[in-house]
Write a protein of this length. Sequence first.
Length: 175
Amino acid sequence: MKTTLAITSVLAMFAVGCGQEMDKSAAESQLQDNAPTRCSIQSRFGGYLTAVGGGGRTYDAIHADATQVRAWETFTLVDSRTGQSNIEYGIRTSSGKYLTAVGGGGRIKDVIHSTATSIGPNERFQLNSLGGGKYTISVSSGRYFIGHAGQIPDVLHSDSTNPKSWEQFRVKCGI
């Protein structure tokens, strides 16, 4: 019972942080249904993350300069069902492909691909709430994504071990 309440509380906090209002019974229902959640992810520089071509790329897979949310800027968070207390999500693009942290993270070049068809260890991400709709996004190695303004390709790095303001992203769900 304690585990269910803790997970329900985490889910409710995540939903509220993503701009959704969710009461305890709604959080429990979503937990039981394991419903995917559509979201946009905005870098601290203001640009929205874009899965170039809607996904399916190994080079130049992500940009962060979109000024509005359209199909390519919409991602679906899918519970990877690992049973972790902090849910690990697969991040699915509009074409149905999952983002992959190449090598599990720790990279500044060839950081992310968008070609995976299922959620494996390198397709699992944790969104760590900082409050106010801001999150850090950690990869399987425990490192964090960093958004870099104006860099194409390699707009994201995955080598941070100590998240600061430039590792923060604004996540808005329910779109």
